[in-house]
Design a protein around this ligand. Structure first.
Ligand code: GTP
Ligand code: MG
Length: 200
């Protein structure tokens, strides 16, 4: 599962503008600031192939990156923008729903969950929406390197809480991987997981 080459292909504003070919792809989805773009950079070991920011809302379009000329990794805008009114929060759906429902080459959504905070309703809603629409899903916990804040729980405790909530809704819970873009935790595991899914 080695990465030899990564090319940025294009940014698309709509599902129908995405690259048209048969190569399999994986989409990075999750709340704004969860670390989607950072994880892409960590996976491909390049600093800013995907642009990141401390401020939420950095990624605004569907960005296709071609890996080893054979499969795509897709960076998406985040949902749940912290400062937006409730009505605007599920806006990701109107924009990227079309992408999820119509992208035949989508192998799996990588749904990123911030392990440094307690389970968020919006993430559970998102997982349930994907499940209802039969879109394959892998949970990727991010920021597992973070140490607990004085009052909060540790990343492994937040992950356990999240998994308990997920188990209530699934007979067979989706696979999950713990990662950190800072330490490289989970990088090999995630690359191997993606290569296994591509070869099914
Ligand atoms: P949007 O494009 O706004 O949806 O955000 P994003 O999900 O792409 O997040 P991004 O990768 O831009 O990262 C947001 C912030 O989190 C940045 O300040 C990153 O440095 C930080 N960050 C991302 N991944 C990690 C991680 O694994 N550990 C730690 N400690 N910080 C991280
Ligand atoms: Mg981003």
């Amino acid at each position: 599962a080695q990465i030899k080459e990564v090319q940025f292909v294009k940014s698309s504003g709509k599902a129908k503008d995405c690259p048209k070919d048969d190569r399999p792809e994986f989409a990075m989805l999750g709340r704004s600031n969860v670390g989607k773009s950072s994880l892409i950079n960590a996976l491909v070991r390049m600093k800013e192939v995907a642009l990141t920011s401390k401020k939420p809302g950095k990624t605004q379009l569907i960005n296709h990156f071609l890996v080893n000329r054979s499969w795509y990794i897709v960076d998406l805008p985040g949902y749940g923008f912290a400062n937006a009114p409730e009505s605007a929060r599920m806006d990701w759906s109107s924009f990227t729903k079309g992408y999820f429902l119509n992208r035949d080459t989508l192998v799996s959504v990588l749904l990123l969950i911030d392990a440094s905070i307690p389970p968020q309703k919006i993430d559970l809603d998102c997982a349930n929406w994907l499940g209802r629409n039969n879109i394959p899903l892998t949970f990727v916990f991010t920021k597992c390197d973070k140490v607990k804040k004085s009052k909060g729980k540790r990343p492994d405790e937040n992950i356990k809480d999240f998994q308990e909530l997920i188990r209530k809704n699934y007979q067979e819970p989706p696979p999950w991987i713990m990662t950190s873009s800072v330490t490289g935790l989970g990088r090999n595991e995630l690359l191997l997981h993606m290569s296994q899914l591509r070869n099914y």
